[in-house]
Design a protein around this ligand. Sequence first.
Ligand code: C2E
Ligand code: CA
Ligand code: CA
Ligand code: CA
Length: 278
Amino acid sequence: AKEQGKNGFQFFTRDMNETIDRKSKLATGLRKGLEHGEFTIHYQPQISLQNEQIIGVEALLRWNHPEWGSISPAEFIPIAEETGSITKIGEFVLEEACRQNKYWQDLGLAPFRVAVNISARQFVQKDLTEVVSAILDKTGLDAQYLELELTETIIQNADTAIATMEELAALGVHLSIDDFGTGYSSLSYLKLFPIDSLKIDQHFTRNIKSDSKDAALVKTIIRMAHDLGLNVIAEGVETLEQLDFLKTEQCNQAQGYYFNRPLPAQEIEDIYYTIEPA
Ligand code: C2E
Ligand code: CA
Ligand code: CA
Ligand code: CA
């Protein structure tokens, strides 16, 4: 550690050393984690506000390291993106989520979509469409039951992004823009992208009952999305008051702790597998 340096060069403080150590430990851990089966996926229901039926689940990655315990995706996903391991990990999530959804359908659950987060780094990999297509073939899941959640960060080059989205849309998968409203991209791309839905970021949802400006933004996003023919889903819904507001504003779907936390696959099955009455 350099924190005792007497030449005034104390740039590397103990804290920074610890942060860097932890980051490089996690980066190594991530590479091994896949082989060692340390990753699992939890699924969070997405609920129609018209009839309160499940219309989909979002696949959310979980990492449980044998020594370090469970590590938040908010911490490890950015490291996986930086180091490139997101490509392999992302493929794992796609395949596992499609396999799981097909399994649920074969079991007799009313079919719903599985939404998978695609990071910017994954999105710009050359063969993403081939990867997705091969996974759909391999798992037997119909493309309409897969949704890819993209964030505004994928737009490094608008023309390339549109071309990739068009290839993906041509497979028949649904596309949505995640964390909508938190990036800095121009609104004009909304008319160019072949997307089906916008996800309102949870930072807006959180304050709709306490901050009239956030409420105004949410109303405006919903209205604009509908005028553009897009579906709107609000994430981070935790209270009945938030839900009522969203229903009044004709938001289509919601996702959040008010309904369910992200759950292991088995629990999704227990909740939604109801045997038809004889
Ligand atoms: P995200 O895609 O915006 O996912 C929503 C996050 O909000 C999830 O956190 C979810 O557990 C949490 N959440 C859901 N409902 C509520 C609620 O009512 N209140 C609050 N406060 N939070 C709620 P999680 O699972 O920790 O994931 C964090 C982020 O990590 C995700 O944000 C996504 O950006 C990333 N991530 C997770 N799994 C994957 C993955 O498989 N691939 C990629 N590329 N990114 C992933
Ligand atoms: Ca997401
Ligand atoms: Ca479509
Ligand atoms: Ca989000």
